[in-house]
Design a protein around this ligand. Sequence first.
Ligand code: BJ8
Length: 422
Amino acid sequence: MHRYDELWAGLGLDLDAHDRLLKALPPTYYEVYLKQENRPRGMEYFDFVINEIHGLRIKELQEFRQAGGKVVGTFCLYVPEELILAAGGVFVGLCAGIEVGTARAETVLPRNICPLIKSFMGFKLSRICPYFESCDLLVGETTCDGKKKAFEVLADFAPVYVVEVPQKKGPRDWELWLGEIRALAARLEELTGKKITPETLRAAIVKVNAKRRALKRLAALRKADPPPISGRDALLIYQIAFYDDVDRFTAQVNALCDELEERVRRGEGVVPPGTPRLVITGTPMAIPNWKVPYIAETSGAVIVAEELCTGLRYYEELTDESGETTDELLASIAARHLEFDCACFTPNLKRIQKIGLLANEYRAKGVISYILSFCDPYAVEHYQVEKGLRDRNLPVLKVETDYSEHDAGQLRTRIEAFIEML
Ligand code: BJ8
């Protein structure tokens, strides 16, 4: 990776700690990604993006800010990307998937808390994430208790605005949610100094829908046996979707899909036909958390779909583009963002049905229920997942883990045994 010392210093990063982070990534990336055989050529763009993860994109964000633009950091799918774009801003997803700055994070958080929360707090307090340092506003949300309370802490270190996400999906919850979307729109207008109009809203919805359509196209191609792309590569693309320029990303995903269509036509895949196919469900896998997919795909299986926020939940639903007024379009955005199913909601049985349907549609032989340690919503909801999949005679393996490598050997043994019995 090129060095951007001036840029990083300008953002106030701790350059020594940042260097250590940058050194840790390339060997892992080589092992998890570059060593794969028969990768699609179209992955070159995404490799390039990762190689420049703290470089070119950060430069673009700084240029945007120097021209008066505002960058908004988010942590959850319930914060609509199209709203930020409609207000003239740029969004970046800030969830983090690596154990970094833990000691600092533990000065303000309990030790036993979800690694995703600890990781984003560690990134902020250690000043090693140029995305965090590029944000003019962080938009949190009241999903799980851990995140909700962590945003109160984060507000001591950066400007934070919190959206209230309901816990149920009834008529009263809808009223609350629509009000929250309107309030967020007003806060974003205040931040950017730009009015959200029906035109800017519709353009933003069309733009983000195009990205979702490209990702849906990619997902559909993975139904082929053999699949033309690995689960690891698909996950990488979903992770990059959270911070890359929307139009460029969409074009690159579509170009990759053109290539994958050709592969499917030729019957060419990344694994031999008949390789056991898996669906992964559960908590999000923020970049660079590739641990479980890497283990599963180097243990004789291939992942064909993800019921994750870094997967299906991110792209499945489209926002209705047809509204005329700002209010109608805001209601469409609110409706779309109450559609997908996070375990923070109750009841959440649509999620359970979705996992079964997904496994059938993608001809998966088994499901991995992936849970980040100390994530109560997904850990407790695993009971429903297991029950629902048992009814469909689908084997499920529960994997509860964090970002460290200490359990990698034990996980490999369990995952290999699971794949063998499929
Ligand atoms: S819509 S999954 S991105 S809340 S893993 S921090 S739930 S303790 S990330 Fe999430 Fe939005 Fe839901 Fe998706 Fe809490 Fe669990 Fe940690 Fe989590």
